[in-house]
Design a protein around this ligand. Structure first.
Ligand SMILES: NC(=O)C1=CN([C@@H]2O[C@H](COP(=O)(O)OP(=O)(O)OC[C@H]3O[C@@H](n4cnc5c(N)ncnc54)[C@H](O)[C@@H]3O)[C@@H](O)[C@H]2O)C=CC1
Ligand SMILES: O=C(O)CCC(=O)C(=O)O
Length: 418
């Protein structure tokens, strides 16, 4: 990882690239490049040994023109203001790309969750929810999982909010477990949209995905499920995967579900039977047909982009390429399917969860998956239409054109406050 590129500046550059193709007032563009508000807070938590510990936490509400702010909460030691701002902005343009009625938000706590016990994490999550309480709600701002958070944390958020508000409002947060009001298919949704995007892109480019070899960087919710779905649903061969401990490779391919079991048992993908070890950088530059970055932002910078051998990159992570890497890959004719489409399955099924919570009526998994497929394939068609109509150099700019036009339309229809 470069660690140098400011992700918020990356978002602003991506927006600027797309804005050049549409008629957009400079003042409005400045507005659409910056968050509406950011909560920065310090959470005080009693640790198991009786000590009080303080954790910095953020929630950025970037834009609410198209609906309530929506986006995940990340627990990671590197969480910072610029990252949260970028991630919340990407949510705005993601929900607009797939045309679901939300704005964008994102939050995070500066913490290494592997160093906390479950009870400490529960107290930390409840402390954050107490701070968030005035700002969130089913019609205001709806958190969800992101890196190092999942159903358990979302269930705690729901329970804390409902207790403090003396109500039942499961739609205040999505990504909950089924028994706490979650949706079928939400856990798999990010990986599923990654698979669907890859399938549509191979088809659009007249390539057979069934013959493709795949490398996946990051083996958590997004990466492990994308790998499994690519193998199971498209017939692609997964030949390399990685996590923060390292990477594994077998040119003949392996069963991604079995690797996940191995990671569950041992804590890492490394050491999986029949594979050789690679560095993460070797994985990113492997000679494969499809590369799926599914870890963190800035995974590929311009230097590394020069060495990428994949023909296509489908971004399961948010912001895995720096803008300079994007330029190099565009120049080198590597097709990049952007995060704001490829990983939008997560927020789309979060939307379905929220709809079910409001209806107090659960959908079957088949219905969720069918509706998700429709949303992603429609969005893919919208993106390729813009790609051809505006004759833009890459799919990312096409996606931002589609998304910006939707946000601008909603903004215009809202009128102007003094
Ligand atoms: N969980 C969700 O619903 C969604 C997640 N995303 C994005 O997907 C990405 C991954 O998120 P999740 O899978 O939810 O997180 P996770 O916490 O479940 O998994 C993250 C994985 O990345 C690995 N990792 C971290 N640093 C790495 C490195 N330098 N090299 C290789 N692997 C590394 C970790 O070991 C872990 O396997 C993030 O960018 C997130 O914002 C996007 C949309 C929805
Ligand atoms: O499910 C959601 O609402 C948001 C997931 C998320 O944080 C993302 O798409 O990056």
């Amino acid at each position: 990882m470069t660690g140098e590129t400011n992700p918020f500046e990356s978002l602003q550059e991506q927006l600027g690239d797309a804005a050049a193709y549409i008629d957009l007032d400079d003042g409005l563009l400045r507005r659409l490049k910056n968050p509406e508000r950011i909560l920065e807070t310090n959470l005080t938590v009693r640790m198991d040994d009786g000590r009080l510990e303080t954790f910095r936490a953020y929630r950025s509400q970037f834009n609410g023109d198209r609906g309530p702010y929506k986006g995940g909460i990340r627990y990671h030691p590197d969480v910072n203001r610029a990252e949260v701002k970028a991630l919340s902005g990407w949510m705005v343009y993601k929900t607009a790309t797939v045309d679901i009625p939300y704005g964008g938000g994102k939050g995070g706590i500066v913490v290494d969750p592997s160093e906390l016990s479950a009870t400490e994490l529960e107290r930390l999550t409840r402390a954050f929810t107490k701070e968030l309480r005035p700002f969130v709600g089913a019609d205001k701002d709806i958190p969800a999982p992101d890196v190092n958070t999942g159903q358990r944390e979302m269930n705690w958020i729901k329970n804390t909010y409902e207790t403090l508000e003396n109500t039942t409002e499961p739609g205040v947060v999505t990504g909950k477990s089924l028994d706490s009001g979650g949706s079928e298919g939400r856990v798999e949704a990010t990986g599923r949209s990654t698979m669907l995007t890859a399938r549509e892109a191979f088809d659009y480019l007249d390539r057979d995905i069934g013959d493709a070899t795949v490398a996946v960087q990051g083996y958590g919710n997004a990466g492990a499920i994308a790998a499994r779905m690519l193998a199971e649903e498209t017939g692609a061969t997964v030949v390399a995967v990685s996590d923060s401990s390292g990477a594994i490779h077998d040119p003949d391919g392996f069963d991604p579900a079995d690797v996940r079991e191995h990671k569950r048992d041992t804590g890492s993908v490394v050491g999986y039977e029949g594979t050789e070890e690679l560095t993460n950088e070797e994985l990113l530059t492997l000679d494969v047909d499809l590369l799926v970055p599914a870890a963190l932002q800035n995974a590929i910078d311009a230097d590394l982009a020069e060495s990428v051998q994949a023909d296509m990159i489908v971004e399961a992570a948010n912001g895995p390429l720096t803008p300079d890497a994007d330029d190099v890959l565009t120049e080198r004719d590597v097709a990049v399917l952007p995060d704001i489409l490829a990983n939008a399955g997560g927020v789309t099924v979060s939307y379905f969860e929220w709809v079910q919570n409001r209806q107090r009526f659960g959908w079957t998994e088949a219905r969720v998956n069918d509706e998700l497929e429709r949303v992603i394939t429609d969005a893919f068609d919208g993106l390729t239409e813009a790609y051809e109509t505006y004759d833009v150099p890459n799919f990312r700019t096409a996606a931002y054109i589609v998304a910006l036009k939707r946000v601008i339309a909603a903004h215009a229809e809202s009128g102007t406050w003094p």
